[in-house]
Write a protein that binds this ligand. Structure first.
Ligand SMILES: Nc1ncnc2c1ncn2[C@@H]1O[C@H](COP(=O)(O)OP(=O)(O)OP(=O)(O)O)[C@@H](O)[C@H]1O
Length: 287
């Protein structure tokens, strides 16, 4: 297997020149990151931290002030670097009078595709993103969640090896956003590398293999998600059907151990509010 990273960013700095009397603004400062082929990489950070600017430089939409970025080993400054990339911008715009299928055919033609191969790829992408039933409906009537899924189908039409997704679940309701996250996991299973930005941390935690955290234009943490969120000096044990007597015995054992060892808490583990919401709203209707 190739060891060339899907995305490489080395010491990237981006300064926007001031306009209308404003001074220059450094949006990205000496940022480095690597997205390995086949992984889902989350670029996270608060509003204005430089995520979109970094992404735009990677995609060749903005010119770096300093540093280098490349896609599968090809510098972002070369058009060829974008051949194997699918991009979903934060608010994708589609022609409202086209239907879903026509939209995908339109984007496929822009990518140089045509004929039966394009038609079958468009149908495959409509099925993958759950839009088969809406294929002949005008895009103007699509919900926000459907538009985002159409955006994913559009980004995938030319079989890219790298998908770049800017806030793919922003403004989408919990059920719609669950579908999008499941799709991201499905893309990874198909061998597609995903670079995704978001500030919805719980959602990123579910899908990302590695994350980079940006703040004030700098990379402040980077690594495997599991490593970053592990609390090194704590151990978790989840018991099923434990009696109060057994819990008391465990407590006594820990106390007898002495030293630094302490039982910090015991109780029922919590689900997330989002999971609870999804379970509750998916329950069959009561008569
Ligand atoms: N074309 C531009 N000219 C001047 N400043 C800009 C330009 N584009 C972005 N900036 C500034 O650079 C900083 C980083 O913006 P960027 O859009 O990269 O952040 P972000 O992390 O993607 O934020 P968000 O989550 O809000 O999209 C912000 O302060 C923004 O105002």
């Amino acid at each position: 297997m190739s060891t060339t990273p899907a995305v490489s960013v080395k010491n990237l700095t981006k300064i926007f020149k001031g306009s209308l009397g404003k001074g220059a603004f450094r949006a990205v400062h000496d940022v480095s990151l690597t997205v390995e082929a086949g992984e889902v990489y989350g670029l996270i950070g608060p509003n204005g931290s430089g995520k979109s600017t970094t992404m735009k430089v990677i995609l060749g939409l903005l010119k770096a002030t300093a540093g280098e970025t490349s896609i599968f080993g090809i510098p972002s400054t070369e058009v060829a670097s974008r051949h194997s990339v699918g991009f979903l911008p934060e608010n994708p715009y589609f022609y409202k009078h086209l239907n879903g299928r026509e939209t995908l055919l339109f984007y496929g033609r822009l990518c140089g595709m045509s004929g039966a191969a394009l038609k079958s790829r468009a149908d495959e992408m409509l099925a993958l993103t759950g839009l088969e039933d809406a294929a002949t409906r005008r895009v103007g009537g699509y919900s926000k969640g459907m538009l985002q899924r159409l955006g994913l189908a559009q980004a995938l039409i030319h079989e890219p090896r790298l998908l770049v997704l800017d806030e793919p679940t922003a403004g989408v309701d919990p059920a719609g956003s669950r579908i999008i996250r499941d799709l991201i996991i499905e893309f990874r299973a198909r061998g597609i590398t995903v670079l995704v930005t978001s500030h919805l941390l719980e959602q990123m935690q579910e899908v990302c293999d590695r994350v980079g955290i940006m703040a004030h234009g700098r990379m402040v943490r980077e690594g495997r998600l599991e490593d970053l969120i592990a609390v090194e000096n704590q151990t978790e044990m989840v018991l099923e059907n434990a009696s109060p007597a057994l819990l008391a015995k465990i407590d006594a054992l820990v106390k007898a151990e002495g030293g630094d060892t302490r039982l910090l808490r015991s109780g029922h583990p919590r689900t997330t509010l989002e999971r609870l919401f999804l379970e509750a709203t998916n329950e069959p209707k009561k008569p």
